[in-house]
Design a protein around this ligand. Sequence first.
Ligand SMILES: Nc1ncnc2c1ncn2[C@@H]1O[C@H](COP(=O)(O)OS(=O)(=O)O)[C@@H](OP(=O)(O)O)[C@H]1O
Ligand SMILES: Nc1ncnc2c1ncn2[C@@H]1O[C@H](COP(=O)(O)OP(=O)(O)O)[C@@H](O)[C@H]1O
Length: 180
Amino acid sequence: MRGLVAWLTGLPGSGKTTIANAAAERLRAMGYRVEVLDGDWFRSHIDPEAGYTKEERVRHLVRASWVARLLARNGVIVICSFVSPYRDAREEVRKIISEEADFLEVYVKCPLEECIRRDPKGLYRKALAGEIRHFTGISDPYEEPLSPDLVLDTVNNSVEENAEKLVNLITSRLRGSRAS
Ligand SMILES: Nc1ncnc2c1ncn2[C@@H]1O[C@H](COP(=O)(O)OS(=O)(=O)O)[C@@H](OP(=O)(O)O)[C@H]1O
Ligand SMILES: Nc1ncnc2c1ncn2[C@@H]1O[C@H](COP(=O)(O)OP(=O)(O)O)[C@@H](O)[C@H]1O
């Protein structure tokens, strides 16, 4: 069975990791093989030298795409959660993965003010104090997806509602590609 990659993009604190884990849990309970590739995890275990300039982020995301592609071509459902702030880098990611697996771009949407309010890792506070350079949303850009496969609004919908939407899209896409 050909697998699939759901690529979650959004501001730090928008809810990518939380939704990825909740969706993965649901899919595993349904019997699917699932991996979550999260930016923080990937940076600490696979790409520890990666920084946050555009060039470094693109290199890091290309590496992550190849790992996702290898897993997906072996039938695994891969949920990737990376800030992935640049449109052209996300297009490159899509190109790499689509050669061997289905690809879904998922925009985890949350206004910057709410991300700053949540600030789950205290990084916005530091970035606003000028202590972190190239911080997405504060001193670095975030380019919203123009035509994502799915938008998950994390202000108006709960974690569980968004996880369910993501699971429904993934399973319907898998059914569609098996039928074709
Ligand atoms: N400068 C800067 N900009 C953005 N994010 C930063 C930065 N420094 C550290 N962090 C923390 O690292 C997480 C982003 O890693 P990613 O690999 O997802 O980023 S990227 O896709 O390469 O842009 C991101 O994690 P999430 O909050 O889970 O998105 C941040 O907590
Ligand atoms: N509807 C929601 N969806 C996702 N996260 C939410 C939602 N409402 C509140 N949160 C909270 O927002 C924070 C998002 O953090 P995280 O998932 O690490 O985001 P990201 O991976 O995008 O940086 C968590 O503390 C989570 O509990």
